[in-house]
Design a protein around this ligand. Structure first.
Ligand code: ZN
Ligand code: ZN
Length: 392
């Protein structure tokens, strides 16, 4: 048999195998993830019944036909949560199809970071209805959202009544308010939009996610307005107005962290710098959550590509695997006040990510075009999302 025949035969066998597995799963409602590694180092067999975690058994002990054997080569964590994505497909440049940036890349839950404001939050809800990926959103304080990318340059676009209406209608979907506070977004308005956002936050109880970038406004004025549970996204950006000065974290940043302000990566096209990340790591300024700020263009052309690629960068920076994965599971779930999304527990509906750490070198590029060569690579292998299994 020549090589091509051999490959084709293998492919057909694999297809039969997968079809058989799928049919068995549908018939019995049972799936065994065999010989998977937990992040604490122990291996296990995870047995799902009708989408619910039924048992976490000793490795290699589960029996049955509907089984995927990972042979100790894959890790399992609770499903990855990406705190900063752009999941509204209609908007350019900041838009994408939710499942393309969600479960197909190992991410089971995404939080849209203010793509839409009060005018179109209902369209975002509608567009996500048929998606398999779990979706929540930060509501942009500008009613027009990212229909324009200077959405806070005109204060009349911030409408209190409309924000309240959106929140009363989509309270389960909206997890916070988004304010992009950088020069090209706020125009002449400085920190005024943030002051207004702060007031809405007190009224509604919704925390803020604040995008930072080039000034004015001065980053110190931004930091002073942030409170417990607010999130700074793009905290490792390498721009002039960033969170570090002369190799040290700004005192205003240290104070904000002490107040309980969260740090989020929000990699994006322009907001992750290796030199800033290396400095932050050296000074112990650690992320609470790692997010991608992914949308169509930086997914297809980089430097984001997908969550696994962003996580690989933090592994390269020297953070232990558990610290990296906790940032997209336990920490994100705790911020969302949905602890069930950050654990693997018997009785829960399964939201899991299966991934490997390959001993392969990979060239990593930041938002400034700086490169680093890593010798390990995180690769998403599959997800169980609300009890349903998909290969990545
Ligand atoms: Zn941003
Ligand atoms: Zn963004």
């Amino acid at each position: 048999m020549n090589l091509i025949d051999h490959c084709n035969r293998f492919r057909i066998l694999l297809m039969i195998d997968r079809t058989f597995l799928k049919r068995m799963r549908e018939m019995t409602g049972r799936l065994i993830l065999k010989n998977v590694r937990m992040l604490d180092g122990d291996a296990a067999d995870i047995i799902l019944e009708n989408g619910v975690i039924n048992e976490i058994a000793l490795p290699g002990t589960a029996t049955g036909e509907e089984m995927i054997d990972y042979e100790n080569k894959a890790f399992v964590s609770s499903g990855w949560i990406d705190m900063h994505v752009h999941a509204f497909p209609e908007f350019e440049p900041y838009g994408d199809d939710v499942d393309e940036i969600g479960y197909k890349t190992g991410v089971t839950t995404v939080i849209d970071a203010g793509s839409t404001g009060a005018d179109q939050i209902s369209d975002l809800v509608k567009s996500c209805k048929s998606a398999k990926t779990n979706v929540f959103a930060f509501l942009n304080i500008s009613r027009i959202g990212l229909k324009r990318i200077d959405e806070l340059s005109n204060l009349s676009w911030i409408n209190e009544d409309e924000i309240r209406k959106a929140f009363s209608q989509y309270g389960d979907f909206i997890v916070g308010l988004k304010a992009r506070i950088s020069k090209s977004v706020v125009g002449p308005n400085g920190v005024e939009p943030l002051r207004i956002a702060r007031r809405f936050s007190s009224d509604t109880g919704l925390p803020l996610m604040v995008h930072i970038g080039s000034g004015p406004p001065d980053i110190k004025d931004v930091l002073e307005l942030l409170e417990e549970k607010d999130i700074i996204t793009h905290y490792l950006n390498g721009k002039a107005n960033n969170l570090f000065e002369a190799g040290e974290p700004l005192p205003e940043l240290t104070k904000a962290i002490e107040r309980g302000v969260h740090l989020d990566v929000g990699h994006g096209t322009a907001s992750f710098s290796f030199p800033t990340a290396e400095m932050a790591s050296e000074k112990g300024i650690r992320f609470n959550t790692i997010s991608t700020d992914i949308y169509r263009r930086n997914r297809e052309n980089g430097p984001v590509f997908n969550m696994a690629n962003v996580l690989t960068k933090f592994l390269y920076l020297g953070y232990p695997l558990k610290v990296v994965i906790d940032a997209v599971t336990v920490n994100a779930a705790a911020w969302l006040r949905k602890p069930e999304l950050g654990r693997i527990s018997v009785g829960d509906i399964a939201n899991l990510t299966l991934f490997s750490v390959e001993d392969e070198s990979s060239l990593l590029r930041d938002s400034e075009g700086e490169e680093r060569m890593a010798d390990k690579r995180i690769v998403a292998k599959g997800v169980v999302i609300n009890g349903e299994f998909f290969e990545c």
